[in-house]
Design a protein around this ligand. Structure first.
Ligand code: FAD
Length: 279
């Protein structure tokens, strides 16, 4: 069982618990992106098993009446096994999404996987006419070219700052530089991108920049934040009429995800220590 300390960031161990979380979150006006925890499989069997789990989850979402979709990790569905395994599993999940009218997102992982992830995204997005979305990372120097390449690909793009510690040759290391690039890429998306725009950030400055661009270009966008992070802001933005999606992971592999959240921010560490100390 997930201890209360981790349940701030993780929606439960089972799909049923995750769907219950989605229902409660929907009641507060916030939509939910469900992610089954699991990554870096170097064998086909677990990648296929998680693909099948996503197919079942998508069918469950369809029958539930929930405002929910899914987000998958490339290394969870086979990218570390072979490009072909990843491509096949991505197609299976996208097909289930199209059959059940459930949107499918793909996360972006380390820079070694960017090429294949974008190739397969483009292929699937064209085949399923935009029923899939792709995350891109503002800290990567290549992102400017990637966005140009993706500008006429149907679907959605989630812009994030980037969570992976990449080589300085290929990435911006200074926070201020990443923020600058984030705003620059955001403007490119509002100006050029044919599909939907998702701001995957908790940063009030990036959300304010998107609000300004939305007014300037008369375009919509959605905000995506993680479960357990700025949930008050998620509810407030939704109450103001903004489309807000909460990324909620679930599953039995919650331990490493929880520690990642705790390590990345002092406030989260204090929260964890207070919970352990019972204060
Ligand atoms: P930061 O630069 O971390 O913080 C900026 C400001 O935001 C802070 O000063 C503060 O005002 C506010 N803030 C941030 N965190 C908190 C907090 N815990 N409590 C209160 N205020 C806070 N990365 C990838 O590489 N690949 C992915 O596929 C991916 N998917 C993501 C999906 C979603 C929905 C989200 C939200 C993030 C995703 N990320 C992904 C992670 C992302 O790249 C960043 O590492 C992460 O979001 C931190 O950057 P930030 O923009 O939220 O703001």
């Amino acid at each position: 069982m997930i201890p209360p300390i981790a349940s701030r960031f993780v929606a439960g161990e089972t799909a049923a618990a995750a769907l219950d979380h989605a229902r409660r979150t929907n009641e507060e006006g916030v939509k939910v992106i469900l992610n089954l925890l699991g990554e870096h499989y170097d064998e086909r069997a677990p990648a296929d098993a998680d693909t099948a789990a996503y197919e079942r989850l998508i069918a469950d979402i369809d029958g539930s009446g929930l405002d929910a979709c899914v987000s998958v990790k490339p290394s969870q569905i086979g990218i570390d096994v072979s490009d072909a395994a990843f491509r096949e599993n991505y197609h299976r999940i996208a097909e289930a999404g199209a059959d059940h009218d459930v949107f499918v997102w793909c996360d972006m992982e380390d820079a070694d996987t960017t090429d294949v992830t974008l190739d397969v995204f483009e292929e699937v997005a064209r085949e399923y006419d935009g029923d899939v979305g792709q995350c891109v990372q503002a800290n990567l120097k290549r992102t400017e070219e990637d966005l140009e390449r993706l500008s006429d690909v149907p679907g959605k793009i989630r812009l994030v700052k980037g969570a992976y510690d990449e080589d300085p040759d290929i990435s911006y290391k200074q926070k201020s530089r990443v923020n600058e690039k984030y705003e620059e890429y955001l403007e490119f998306l509002f100006e050029e991108y044919v599909g939907g725009i998702a701001v995957g950030s908790h940063d009030p400055k990036m959300i304010a920049a998107a609000e300004e661009l939305a007014a300037e270009y008369d375009r919509a966008f959605e905000v995506q934040m993680l479960m357990g992070v700025r949930e008050d802001a998620q509810r407030e933005l939704a109450a103001e009429g903004r489309e807000v999606w909460q990324y909620a992971p679930y599953g039995d592999k919650w331990m490493s995800y929880f520690y990642r959240r705790v390590r990345e921010r002092k406030e989260n560490l204090l929260f964890a220590l207070r919970a352990v100390a019972g204060v």
